[in-house]
Design a protein around this ligand. Structure first.
Ligand SMILES: Nc1nc2c(ncn2[C@@H]2O[C@H](COP(=O)(O)OP(=O)(O)OP(=O)(O)O)[C@@H](O)[C@H]2O)c(=O)[nH]1
Ligand SMILES: [Mg+2]
Length: 301
């Protein structure tokens, strides 16, 4: 997609956060304590997090004390945000040297895993890749049906087990299928679970170890799906999931439904995990590869 089109989509999805970041209205104001307090309040409201907000405020104070807010100040704040989001490999998923690449998807209930998988499958399919989806959420009968509907829409295969089947056995079958058919990408859906449910975290570890055993080097990405509306609780989830299954990246969803898009910064800062994609709506093309420049520009557009 052309850069301009991408920016438009981002802007639409992040419109609520962008309202908070509209500091152009303050042009001409003196950068004094009351200005800094206002800026700080907006950053906190947008869920940028205390640490990152503190850093931005300190830097603005150093550079702009007693000057007048203008376009340069906006550029300065943008650069600060971009540097907090820096990622050498934005929005890129690791690819296996030998097929298939396996992406394991996890997260708490309702965070947007299955929808994000559908969007990701569509994306990879559009790039000419063959896809198998592994429906390892056998906890709810409707879960595999939901994935199957998406699979049909995106035109990819799905491997599912009986209701209440061991999710690791479904992962096993999905790996076998992907290997046997020479598929490019296997995406594994898992049931939502709270990071506090130890037995369910063990189940996730078992799914991962089955994948590792069948496909050396896999999973090539372990993506944690976080609900952007959840804000700071996401950080705790990320810690526990990472400890359990070694997350390699984050998909941050529902950024269209909240004015707290700044959580992208907090997540990146606190967890040291790259944000791979962001979800900005419920349609199939509402998953965007995360790029700090485009993201920050859209907040100020
Ligand atoms: N607005 C918006 N809604 C989203 C986004 N991503 C997911 N959703 C919605 O969030 C709800 C839950 O999405 P699912 O994909 O079923 O979530 P899940 O993590 O698979 O849920 P469980 O399997 O029950 O744990 C659905 O109504 C989705 O349409 C997004 O980026 N924006
Ligand atoms: Mg699901």
């Amino acid at each position: 997609m052309a850069i301009k089109g991408l920016l438009e989509r981002f802007k639409k999805g992040l419109a609520r956060t962008a309202q908070l970041f509209n500091i152009r209205a303050w042009f001409g104001r003196k950068v004094d304590q009351s200005f800094l307090d206002d800026l700080e309040a907006r950053l906190i409201q947008a869920d940028v997090g205390v640490v990152a907000t503190g850093r931005i405020i300190d830097r603005v104070r150093e550079a702009y004390a007693d000057k007048t807010a203008d376009e340069n100040l906006v550029a300065f704040v943008k650069d600060e945000l971009k540097s907090l989001l820096e990622d050498p490999n934005p929005g890129v998923l690791a690819v296996a040297a030998k097929k298939p690449s396996v992406y394991l998807i996890a997260g708490v209930n309702g965070s947007g895993k299955t929808t994000s998988i559908a969007k990701l499958a569509q994306r990879l399919k559009d790039q000419g890749q063959s896809i198998v989806l592994g429906a390892c959420d056998t906890f709810r009968a409707a879960a595999a049906d939901q994935l199957e509907i998406w699979a049909r829409r995106a035109g990819c295969e799905i491997v599912r087990g009986a209701s209440r089947a061991d999710p690791a056995s479904v992962a096993h079958d999905a790996c076998q299928r992907a290997l046997a058919r020479g598929i490019d990408v296997l995406i594994v859906d898992t049931a939502g679970r709270l990071h506090t449910q130890t037995h369910l975290m063990r189940e996730l570890e078992k799914i991962k170890s089955v994948i590792q055993r069948l496909i050396p080097g896999a999973p090539h990405e372990v993506l944690l799906v976080l609900d952007g509306i959840n804000g700071q609780n996401a950080i705790r989830q990320a810690e526990v999931f990472t400890k359990s299954i070694g997350c390699t990246g984050v998909v941050l969803t529902k950024l269209d439904g909240t004015a707290k898009g700044g959580v992208v910064v907090a997540v990146r800062q606190t967890m040291k995990l790259p944000i791979k994609f962001i979800g900005v709506g419920e349609a199939l093309d509402d998953l965007q590869p995360f790029d700090a420049d485009t993201f920050v520009e859209s907040l100020f557009a």
